[in-house]
Design a protein. Structure first.
Lengths: 113, 115
């Protein structure tokens, strides 16, 4: 079974600084997708960024970027120029092609003004 | 508005009761997934439907059941409720594109409190 591990239950960052959230996963599949989702205090789950496993290029969405290391099965999220609105719980998710997503336990990010 | 509609938003019920949670997926999405999120924990997969058929099952209790109807809306039925069933229940939908997988669109969840 696929597993997703987020080793940092809590992280904090100063406003305008950069923070990296870690995620590792375990799979024997070669075709899959990786995602980061954000869950603010409203509890709504919001897709932040996606990565296709067969693409070597790291995905970027504005201030959010990933460091995807396929051989190491590592998928970290970097948030640059952190803003107060980035405070949330962040979930890493693994999804095989046409399958269901497996989520990590989440990292709670605090942004300090 | 994400396009995925879940009702009700909040539900308070007594132990031993039965409730039904409803989800309408985003227009055009054929897959529906149900997840359970207990307080400050991760999301536990319950069940997946694709175009009316069950596709995958997680650690869903026998007291729980679900179905997807011809109009693609889905219902999650929870019976003989226990205090430990109190959680946030999410529905998510996803499309099927030839160009790849673009992740889930989540509903806003149903907060179930069993007293």
């Amino acid at each position: 079974a696929q597993t997703v591990t987020q080793s940092q239950p809590e992280m904090s960052v100063q406003e305008a600084e950069t923070v990296t959230l870690s995620c590792t996963y375990d799979t024997s599949e070669s075709d899959y997708y990786l995602f980061w989702y954000k869950q603010p205090p409203s509890r709504q789950m919001i897709l932040v960024i996606r990565q296709e496993a067969y693409k070597q290029q790291n995905a970027t969405e504005n201030r959010f970027s990933v460091n995807f290391q396929k051989a190491a099965k590592s998928f970290s999220l970097k948030i640059s120029d952190s803003q107060l609105g980035d405070a949330a719980m962040y979930f890493c998710a693994y999804k095989p092609n046409a399958g269901k997503s497996t989520f990590g336990d989440g990292t709670t990010l605090t942004v300090k003004p | 508005d994400s396009g995925v509609t879940q009702t009700p938003k909040h539900l308070i019920t007594a132990t031993g009761q039965r409730v039904t949670l409803r989800c309408s997926p985003r227009s055009g999405d054929l897959s529906v997934y149900w997840y359970q999120q207990s307080l400050d924990q991760g999301l536990q997969f319950l069940i997946q439907y694709y175009n009316g058929e069950e596709r995958a099952k997680g650690n869903i209790l026998e007291r729980f059941s679900a179905q997807q109807f011809p109009d693609l809306h889905s219902e999650l039925n929870l019976s003989s409720l226990e205090l430990g069933d109190s959680a946030l229940y999410f529905c998510a939908s996803s499309p099927r594109y030839a160009t790849g997988d673009y992740g889930y669109t989540f509903g806003s969840g149903t907060r179930l409190t069993v007293v």
